[in-house]
Design a protein around this ligand. Structure first.
Ligand code: NAD
Ligand code: IPM
Ligand code: MN
Length: 371
């Protein structure tokens, strides 16, 4: 696991430290389509800042697989210290056909999430009017879910080993670590969110039938936190059945709380249900604001389409809007989301994943115009 954060770090608030509305944002475009969607998302954010009365100072860091080819690491040794003083981080994606997939992930994404204790990964899964869901007979009213994914431990804690390499006896172990504190804090965030949404429903993704240690603790702690939220209707679903329910009865689901791996899988499914992986945003949040939070689309570097200028930028633009909301610029968030909604509803400018032939830049420009 990554080293603990240093004791001295800048206190964070919804406004930059001096009360002004100047925000310092670290931008890491990364690899593949990350380099295509991040610059156009930044343009949208700048446009909204210019007319919204706040300033947005971004510093770009060329970290990723190209950096790895030159330096043997995904980012410099002091990268996390550098990032610790910014107000927020905007990430594209990392991953390259030149590297084993775990190298970029463990060299950049997971160290940032873990070091800055971004223990909530917030992932809206909302079908926008005009987007084509693969679910027959479903429309925007039926699909409005949000996943609160545990983002600091669980299946992604990184503990394990591989022994007897190349032998018949070769074995790999990957240990999941679930702590009472880790489950409790993500569950509390999820209950608070569920309580704030009109339907006040929370689905807890478990697998306590097969995972008799970790997921039994998960269920117990979720039930304990539930006792403090009598206004929220909580239901426990085994994650396999929950995946099927997302497809068959999405209208019965609202807030979902899930472990790191379960939340990862359910949210790609959720993105697919809402029309494309390219639409879905996420916020890696440190809710206490002791460290910067990081915002990114949920998709990866998409090597199969990278370099063609056709990636859907909406997931990144929407993630940028979530970043502004986190920084306290709620009106700017709402404006960007409304612009995304109006462009998707109009359906004139669509990237290939949405069934059109527009480019990344054209779709982003349409959102900029709609602002
Ligand atoms: P992926 O999300 O990159 O791609 C899956 C499919 O979705 C592909 O067919 C791709 O073309 C499509 N897609 C993804 N984003 C799109 C967009 N914006 N517009 C249109 N279509 C889009 O997932 P993968 O193929 O499993 O992973 C590729 C690499 O990305 C791997 O190295 C993986 O580890 C990495 N990855 C990184 C992150 C991250 O940095 N946060 C997230 C996920 C995957
Ligand atoms: C995501 C990605 C990451 C995850 C990978 C790159 C580690 O798939 O953000 O969903 O599993 O969290
Ligand atoms: Mn994922």
């Amino acid at each position: 696991m990554t080293p603990p954060a240093p004791k001295a770090h800048r206190a964070r608030s919804s406004r930059a430290g001096d009360g002004s509305r100047n925000y310092r944002v670290a931008v890491i475009p990364g690899d593949g389509v990350g380099k295509e969607v991040t610059p156009v998302a930044l343009e949208v954010l700048r446009a909204v800042a210019a007319s919204g009365g706040f300033r947005f100072v971004s510093e770009e860091f060329p970290w990723g697989s190209d950096y790895h080819a030159r330096h043997g690491e995904m980012m410099p040794a002091d990268a996390l210290d550098t990032l610790s003083s910014v107000d927020a981080i905007l990430l594209g994606a990392v991953g390259s056909p030149e590297l084993a997939d775990h190298v970029p992930v463990w060299g950049l994404v997971l160290p940032i999430r873990q070091r800055f204790d971004q223990y909530v990964n917030l992932r809206p899964m909302r079908l926008l009017a005009g987007a084509a869901t693969p679910l027959a007979g479903r429309s925007a009213e039926d699909v409005d879910m949000v996943c609160v994914r545990e983002n600091s431990e669980g299946e992604y804690c990184g503990i394990g080993r591989r022994v007897d390499r190349g032998e018949d006896t070769e074995t790999a172990e990957e240990t999941s670590v679930f702590s009472r504190r880790g489950i409790e804090r993500v569950a509390r965030f999820a209950f608070e969110l569920a309580a704030s949404r009109p339907r006040r429903k929370l689905a807890s993704a478990t697998k306590s039938n097969a995972l008799r240690h970790s997921m039994v603790l998960w269920d117990e702690v979720v039930a304990e936190v539930a006792a403090e939220y009598s206004q929220v209707e909580v239901t426990r679903y085994h994650v396999d059945a929950l995946a099927a329910r997302m497809v068959n009865h999405p209208e019965t689901l609202d807030t979902i709380v899930a472990s790191n791996l379960f939340g990862d899988i359910l949210t790609d499914l959720g993105a697919a249900i809402t029309g494309s992986l390219g639409l879905a945003p996420s916020g890696n949040l440190n809710p206490e604001r002791q460290h910067p939070s990081m915002f990114e689309p949920i998709h990866g570097s998409a090597p199969d389409i990278a370099g063609r200028g056709i990636a859907n930028p909406i997931g990144t633009i929407w993630a940028g809007a979530m970043m502004l909301e986190h920084l306290g610029e709620t009106a700017a968030h709402d404006r960007i989301v409304a612009a995304i909604e109006s462009v998707v509803a109009a359906g004139r400018v669509r990237t290939p994943d949405l069934g059109g032939d527009a480019t990344t830049k054209e779709l982003a420009a349409a959102i900029g115009e709609a602002l």
